[in-house]
Design a protein around this ligand. Structure first.
Ligand SMILES: C[S@@+](CC[C@H](N)C(=O)[O-])C[C@H]1O[C@@H](n2cnc3c(N)ncnc32)[C@H](O)[C@@H]1O
Length: 280
């Protein structure tokens, strides 16, 4: 079988199971099997596959049929300007979360050292992206999941930041290091009703610890706001990602806990998703 034939077979198989981007996914899976760029598959469409390559491709198709996210099968995902290792122990980095990076960079002048904490670092995508852009900063990422911390460490190594970033496996409630200039967090904020309505890709494969924010979705948001008040310097900034319907309640929680709300930024679909606030 040649590249062109297997790509069409894969695409038709995925289409049969209602995957919308079936050809693109088929190409991504084959490029992973062959360790080649997608363009190379098209340019060499008449190349013949080895039996073990066909077998591997079929295994990937089967995993995808069970709704395993493409990023877990490929083992990576692009975020901001960089590639991040992703496996089932971490949330797949989302484009919406790039808002946190964008807003953070506005508060960190180049060549200035700021002390930064990323609460619930997961793959480390936010912490690492900020440090890549602002190399003078001192960044710590913490996470309750040891598996997530291990992925974050691998990502730091991948980006040659192994010695420059500190990852800590701890519950935010127990973390006691103070005087941060900036705290960033994309906490779990999905409520019980939304959790049941998530797409199968997310619901059955991404870590519940990374998604579920308690019955009302505010448990971790509250925790991060309250703890950050202790960990931030006066006038330090807290930059939080929230769900699209969580703006008003989060603003109330922030105000009740001694913050001034500076700004709320919208994602590409115009929804309020990122709150910048200052500890008074
Ligand atoms: C929504 S994910 C964000 C991951 C990553 N920062 C990103 O934006 O892609 C939330 C992360 O918070 C971590 N987490 C949940 N509860 C926590 C807690 N009490 N203390 C520390 N980390 C926690 C989860 O393990 C998960 O990695």
């Amino acid at each position: 079988m040649n590249y062109n034939e297997i790509l069409n077979n894969g695409s038709n198989y995925l289409k049969k199971y209602n995957f919308k981007n079936s050809l693109l996914e088929s190409e991504l899976l084959l490029s992973k099997v062959l360790n080649k760029k997608r363009e190379d598959l098209i340019l060499n469409s008449k190349n013949i596959l080895k039996i073990k390559e066909i077998k591997k491709f079929n295994e990937f198709l089967l995993r995808r049929k069970r709704y395993e996210p493409i990023a877990y099968i490929l083992g990576f995902k692009y975020f901001w300007k960089f590639k991040f290792i992703t496996d089932k122990s971490v949330l797949i980095p989302r484009p919406d979360t790039e808002l946190i990076v964008e807003e953070s960079l506005k508060h960190i002048p180049k060549n200035i050292s700021k002390k930064i904490l990323d609460i619930g670092t997961g793959s480390g995508c936010i912490a690492i992206s900020i440090l890549k852009e602002r190399s003078k900063c001192v960044v710590t990422g913490l996470d309750l999941s040891i598996k997530a911390i291990n992925v974050a460490k691998s990502n730091a190594k991948l980006h040659h930041l192994g010695n420059k970033i500190n990852f800590v496996n701890i519950d935010i409630d127990k973390y006691n290091s103070y005087n941060y200039d900036l705290i960033i967090s994309n906490p779990p904020y999905i409520n019980s009703i939304e959790l049941n309505r998530l797409d199968d890709d997310i619901k059955f494969h991404e870590p519940k610890l990374a998604l579920f924010g308690g019955i009302d979705g505010f448990k971790s948001i509250k925790k991060v706001v309250v703890r950050s008040n202790k960990l931030l310097k006066r006038n330090g900034k807290l930059i939080l990602e929230i769900g699209s319907k969580q703006k008003f309640k989060t603003m109330k929680i922030l105000k009740e806990n001694g913050y001034y709300v500076n700004k709320i930024s919208k994602d590409l679909s115009g929804k309020d998703r990122c709150i910048v606030s200052t500890k008074l």
